[in-house]
Design a binder for this molecule. Structure first.
Ligand code: SF4
Ligand code: SF4
Length: 441
């Protein structure tokens, strides 16, 4: 795409980066057919090519964002399916992140929307606040129908029907470890599904790794980053870079292991996000280079003996952040097959389930449609369990699925001697927690 940015505009590093992205786009439109929102709406402006055009016009003219532009950018899931499809190597992620920050700085949202976004950014990255919010949501569940199908109703539906247990992580590692890894603690996952971290630690111990939690590390910043809150996203990135750098320069790290693939995409991008900060650029690059999804790490090491305890059919849902963001789509499925599970994948595996960070709260109607399509496709595979590698997908799919939803690490832990995944145990015990639907949380 031709651009007309002035030399003065291109002195801004974000504008220079976006110009380079836009110029790579050759208008071919291959990306539109694989874009979930284009599939739903059939509108060019709800596909990647149309959005690139809108962003180019807005950034080039330094225009005040219009409600129409904001609508189409807000509807983008940042699923990055378009990046996988694009033959020209267009880095849509960096462009849309820049556009979101531009909109956040210049666009005045209706007060309710602004309040909701502010509330999400204040609550979700902080486990203590998030735990309290979930307790309030549970108390409000009996009257949740009064909140309708908008963002508040969506928030109440997404909250688990039971109080999640507190994490109980085994600290005793192997006597003679072959390596030392830091496991991301993050924010939402340990509150919603602490059993994922417990299973991952057991699995890594069995694979011969000492597992540490870096002091001072917390939310990776992606929730705020993808809402256009650039300063908050960068502050989270710097805090985590400091925490992991202390470990790297102390006793050393072989990897930074991540179990939530959405966080993995952002941490692998810290080097880019902090490229213009002389105090952090080099350290952030080093952290990004060490970041690995748990399945990515396990695929490259000698694993403990694995054997699925019973014949189990697994419907594998590759999270967008894993398949499009990290290009690791088939790695977890391969690990599960090697462990003895029968793995099936849906025909529309490339399409987003509608979770996408805070998307299922901010765009509940679209998220619901995508979630229902995804659940139907997964359940057609007649699974005993649905597996995924991202907490957001697990919650979104768990809303409608009859089968339990487990993290890939929980299944691998089970196959190598750990307990059956908690969601499967709960279902076997016949627990219910979602007003008639079976609880997967
Ligand atoms: S990131 Fe996903 S929703 Fe956004 S334009 Fe690309 S394919 Fe469409
Ligand atoms: S596939 Fe790539 S080059 Fe083609 S229109 Fe989409 S973003 Fe542009």
């Amino acid at each position: 795409m031709q651009t007309r940015f002035t030399p003065e505009q291109l002195k801004d590093p974000d504008t220079a980066s976006s110009e380079a992205v836009i110029r790579k786009c050759v208008h071919c439109g291959f990306c539109t057919a694989t874009c979930p929102t284009y599939v739903l709406f059939g509108d060019e402006l709800d596909g990647p090519r149309g959005r690139i055009y809108l962003m180019k016009e807005m950034l080039e003219r330094e225009a005040q964002p219009t409600a129409e532009v904001v609508l189409h950018i807000d509807r983008c899931l940042s699923c990055l399916s378009c990046v996988t499809t694009c033959p020209s190597g267009v880095n849509y992620a960096h462009l849309v992140d820049h556009a979101r920050a531009y909109i956040e700085d210049r666009y005045r949202r209706p007060w309710r929307e602004g309040l909701l976004r502010g509330l999400l950014a204040w609550v979700l990255p902080h486990p203590g606040r998030f735990r309290l919010a979930l307790a309030l949501a549970r108390a409000a569940r009996p009257v949740r129908r009064l909140f309708g199908s908008g963002p508040l109703g969506a928030m109440l539906s997404l909250a688990p029907g039971r109080a999640p247990p507190r994490p109980a992580v085994e600290r005793q590692g192997p006597a003679a470890p072959k390596g030392r890894v830091a496991l991301l603690q993050g924010c939402a996952e340990p509150v919603l599904r602490p059993e994922i971290r417990e299973a991952t630690v057991r699995l890594l111990h069995r694979a011969g790794y000492e597992v540490v939690f870096a002091a001072g590390e917390a939310c990776c910043g992606s929730l705020e980053h993808h809402m256009g809150r650039k300063a908050a996203g960068l502050a989270a990135a710097r805090r985590n870079v400091d925490a992991w750098t202390a470990e790297i320069e102390g006793r050393g790290l072989d990897a930074i292991v991540i179990t939530a693939s959405g966080c993995g995409v952002t941490i692998k991008d810290y080097g880019f996000m902090l490229r213009d900060d002389p105090a952090y650029a080099r350290k952030a690059d080093r952290v990004s280079a060490l970041a690995k999804d748990v399945c990515e790490l396990l695929a490259g090491v000698a694993l403990p003996p694995m054997a699925a305890p019973t014949p189990v059919v697994v419907a594998y849902h590759p999270a967008c952040s894993l398949q499009h963001g990290q290009k690791l789509g088939d790695v977890p499925a391969r690990l599960l097959r090697d462990a003895g599970f029968e793995v099936r994948t849906p025909v529309d595996a490339h399409l987003c389930c509608g979770s996408a960070g805070t998307y299922n709260i901010l765009q509940p109607g679209i998220a619901r449609q995508l979630g229902e399509r995804k659940v139907q496709a997964l359940e057609e595979l007649a699974p005993d369990v649905i597996a995924t590698g991202n907490i957001g997908c697990a919650v979104q799919i768990g809303l409608g699925a009859a089968a339990p939803v487990a993290h890939v690490a929980e299944l691998l832990d089970w196959a190598s001697g750990g307990p059956e995944p908690a969601a499967m145990r709960r279902q076997a015990a016949g627990s219910t927690g979602r007003g008639g639907r079976r609880s997967t949380m």
